[in-house]
Design a protein. Structure first.
Length: 286
């Protein structure tokens, strides 16, 4: 994990700490780090946020699923659940709501340093969203032609976005409402400290590890402000084995619940052994 919030004065990202949503050009910083061990299989790059409550009731409801599913009437007349991010300057916002408005927009690039030469690591941006989200829940508006600029005509971008939704990507199958970075963000987290999949690093062959042990640098376009609510940002590199990824939460939860059940079982056994055999029936005189 690489924390790049920049609250420490010695951090390269300290200069970007008070960045705003619409900073032009974006503040950039670079953090160097070393991998002690090689990553042999496919690598998953995540971004992580702390003290960010995506589970707040008003926040979770602040979206219009009909609009996100490509319904043309909802595109121009979003749900009132999106207030106060429903309209801006008398134009409907697409996508509307607080979830979309707060979309994570830092840009992360990874480089391997070999003899003072920076070698870029190929980061794959497709295949990071759930199949059901990409192919069922999220759809672009329909109409004549596939020109997203024309299909989104009459709408405006979310307040905090630097560009409209039809300019999220240059590839048509990853643009608009079906942009996978957007889809991943819209699946809200249950806890205030969470991570979301950002990119994939695929293993090229079986002869070399995906990421060799050595020196690397993380280049960040710092756009997403978190200092105002004491949040933190981090980049996580992770891989999986035949048992899956490392996630201590489920193990801790199972052990805790199992221990409580065992303790209650022992208490109930003692109560049953001590009081269960008493004859509580009273003799009724003739």
């Amino acid at each position: 994990q690489i924390d790049y919030t920049g609250t420490e004065p010695s951090s390269p990202c300290n200069k970007c700490l008070n960045v705003s949503w619409d900073s032009t050009p974006p503040c950039t910083c670079t953090i160097n780090f070393t991998l002690e061990h090689s990553f042999e299989s496919n690598v998953f790059m995540y971004y992580g946020l702390s003290n960010f409550y995506q589970n707040h009731r008003r926040y979770v409801k602040s979206r219009d699923d009909s609009q996100l599913n490509g319904d043309n009437s909802s595109l121009l007349n979003p749900s009132k659940e999106c207030e106060p991010y429903r309209t801006n300057e008398d134009k409907p916002i697409a996508p509307c709501g607080a979830i979309a408005n707060s979309m994570f927009n830092d840009t992360l690039e990874l480089y391997r340093i070999d003899n003072d030469t920076r070698i870029p690591i190929t980061l794959i941006k497709k295949g990071i969203a759930w199949w059901t989200d990409k192919n069922v829940k999220f759809r672009n508006p329909t109409g004549d032609g596939n020109n997203l600029t024309a299909l989104f005509q009459g709408t405006t971008k979310p307040v905090n976005w630097p560009k409209p939704v039809y300019m999220l990507d240059s590839e048509p199958d990853n643009n608009g409402f079906i942009n996978e970075d957007f889809i991943v963000w819209m699946r809200t987290a249950a806890l205030p400290t969470f991570r979301k999949l950002y990119r994939l690093i695929e293993r090229k062959n079986n002869l070399q590890p995906t990421l060799q042990a050595g020196k690397y640098s993380l280049e960040i376009a710092y756009n997403y402000p978190v200092h105002s609510f004491d949040g933190r940002k981090r980049m996580i590199l992770s891989t999986i084995s035949w048992m899956g990824g490392k996630n201590p939460f489920l193990g801790i939860a199972y052990i805790t619940v199992g221990s409580i059940c065992f303790f209650l079982g022992v208490v109930l056994l003692i109560i049953h052994h001590k009081y269960g055999n008493r004859n509580t029936s009273a003799d009724i005189p003739n």
